[in-house]
Every structure is written in structure tokens, then in C-alpha cells.
Design a binder for this molecule. Structure first.
Ligand code: PLP
Length: 311
């Protein structure tokens, strides 16, 4: 059956957060809960996928094929969407075959998995990478790693309107800036495009500076025909992508207690911790209103915290 998408406009709730370190600094914070758009499909990955899936629908593709690691939030969202909306999915995985809570979900939701090893996965940027896979899965629509590219960014533009529509519900008439975790920068690019210079967008980088976030952003902006630079990147990787230290773990635990906000350590935990450090350093004026985007990823917590619920 070709890919068909129903009309689905997910709503991420907007909620106020009142952590003691914010109150002390006179800074107001609200969070857009992309982790709560749906029981199965979670986080920024749905928004990054949306235009890719619409393109697959327009082409009447037989299914969707993409790639990621054994804990991939992207493959998780894609497989969940395939299960929910009834289209076939194929996942190409990094490394040797092994079971994780994520891969078990992928299989339970009908995604066909192929393990590429590390060497095979590294070839994903080569021009002819997809050829054999599209020969094996004719008519499938290939989505780049993480749902990146300009269509990924454009899918995140709508987050601005989604947040603005809910401001009255938290008693705000406006806010000053965005704050979110950055991996490739695709989600941040969507917000920068949506704002077109109006509100500043702060990106807390979960990857070290040599990961090419800045180049990716410049490429996306030039593809979108926009040169606007209303954003700022901050180093938040704490020694490397997916590196987790005890200070961070304690912070994530505390945030969950203080603010009833579930976070995972790799993206959202590091991003909120970077905000706390930024506020503590006196960088944010009293009275500032910030909007933190919860980009999801909670399903990944099961690998390190088996007692935690997944999505
Ligand atoms: C993928 C991901 C990000 C990074 O998104 P980019 O668009 O690549 O910057 C942030 N947070 C979570 C939870 C993610 O899964």
C-alpha cells in the first residue's frame, strides 16, 4: 500500500517551569512539550519527518527507508508513524546486530532492520549509497539520517505558531527567545527561519564543535534563501556526544523532581543544564521570558534507566 498520511496536526502542550534557579534570577521559562504530541510518536523527529513523508505520499512511494543508530529517536519516530499510519518502513542500522529497547520497538512496529556495521554505515554520504537499497526495496522513499535537510527544517517552522497560540494559556503575551538542544541544527534552523530575525534562538550543542553544526546551518539558510542570523550556538556537549557525567545525571533527576519535567541526559538534559549555567553566569536579564523546546528522546532513556517508562 502506498504511503498515505491522515490529517494529523499534533499539539505540543506549553507549560510553565518554576525551578528555584530561575526564580532566583528573575527569569521566566516555559517549555513546549514535543515529547507529548502523541503516545508513540515523540519529539522533534516527527516535525523533521513530516515533509519527507508528505513527499513520499505525493510520489505514491511503497514505503520509507532511513538510517540511524540502535537508540535512534529518528528511526523510532519513523517506525511509530509507519505503524500508526499503515505504511512500510525499513531501517538501516549502524554497527553489528544487537537488541536495545529501541530496536525491539522498531521490530514490533514492523520496521525491517538491516545492520550495516560501522564501515558500511560510514558510506551513507556517498552518492550511490541508496542505489542497492532502492533496488531491494523498489519505490521506497529514502529519508536522510535524522530527517535532516531543508525539508526537515521546514517541518519545524510550525513550532513557532504552535507556541504562540498557547501563550495566553500560561498568562504570557509574548516571550523573548528560544532555547533548545542541537544535534545537527536542523530543528534550530526551522525556528530561525520561522522567526526571520524577530526572536533570538539559542542552541545548546549536544555535539562537540567539530561536528559541523555551523556549516549545516549556513547550508540550510542558503538553500532557504535566507541569510538571517538570529541565533547563537553554545557548547553543551560536556566532553562529547552522549557522554554523561554524574553532575548531569543529578541535574536531570532534580529537574524531574522540581519541575515535574522528564528529560533524557543526551539532548534535553544537557540543554537545560546549559541554560542554568548561562543564567547563573548572569547572561540573562531579570524579567526575560524564555521558551525551552523539549525535543523528546525519552524512549532512549530505557537503555540506561530500565525502570523508566519509555515514551
Ligand atoms: C535529534 C534530537 C535533537 C537534535 O535535533 P537536530 O535537529 O538534529 O538539531 C535534539 N533533541 C532530541 C531529543 C533529539 O532526538
Amino acid at each position: 500500500m502506498p504511503v498515505t498520511l491522515p490529517h494529523w496536526t499534533p499539539q505540543a502542550p506549553l507549560q510553565r517551569l518554576r525551578f528555584p534557579w530561575l526564580t532566583e534570577a528573575g527569569v521566566e521559562l516555559a517549555v513546549l512539550r514535543l515529547d507529548q504530541i502523541d503516545p508513540l510518536i515523540s519529539g522533534n523527529k516527527w516535525f523533521k519527518l513530516r515533509h519527507h513523508l508528505e513527499a513520499a505520499q505525493i510520489q505514491a512511494s511503497e514505503g520509507v527507508i532511513s538510517l540511524g543508530g540502535a537508540h535512534s529517536n529518528h528511526l523510532h519516530a519513523l517506525a511509530a508513524a509507519g505503524q500508526r499510519f499503515g505504511f512500510a518502513t525499513v531501517g538501516l542500522l549502524r554497527g553489528q546486530a544487537h537488541d536495545t529497547p529501541t530496536t525491539r520497538d522498531l521490530e514490533a512496529w514492523g520496521m525491517r532492520l538491516h545492520w550495516l556495521g560501522y564501515g558500511g554505515y560510514r558510506l551513507r554520504h556517498q552518492a550511490d549509497f541508496w542505489q542497492p537499497w532502492l533496488a531491494r526495496y523498489p519505490g521506497f522513499y529514502p529519508v536522510p539520517e535524522g530527517g535532516g535537510g531543508l525539508s526537515g527544517a521546514l517541518g519545524c517552522v510550525e513550532l513557532r505558531a504552535m507556541a504562540e497560540a498557547q501563550l495566553p494559556s500560561i498568562g504570557w503575551d509574548d516571550f523573548d527567545a528560544w532555547w533548545l538542544a542541537v544535534g545537527t541544527g536542523t530543528t534550530l534552523a526551522g525556528l530561525v527561519l520561522a522567526e526571520a530575525g524577530r526572536r533570538q534562538v539559542f542552541g545548546a550543542c549536544a555535539v562537540p564543535p567539530d561536528h559541523g553544526v555551523e556549516q549545516n546551518l549556513q547550508q540550510l539558510f542558503s538553500q532557504a534563501g535566507q541569510t538571517d542570523q538570529g541565533y547563537q550556538l553554545l557548547e553543551a556537549s560536556r566532553g562529547g556526544f552522549a557522554k554523561v557525567d554524574t553532575t548531569l545525571t543529578a541535574f536531570v533527576g532534580q529537574a524531574e523532581q522540581d519541575g515535574e519535567l522528564p528529560l533524557e541526559a543526551i539532548y534535553t538534559g544537557k540543554a537545560l543544564m546549559a541554560l542554568r549555567l548561562y543564567v547563573a553566569a548572569g547572561n540573562v536579564a531579570r524579567g526575560t521570558r524564555l521558551l525551552f523546546v523539549h525535543t523528546g528522546g525519552l524512549q532512549g532513556r530505557r537503555a540506561t534507566h530500565p525502570h523508566l517508562a519509555g515514551v
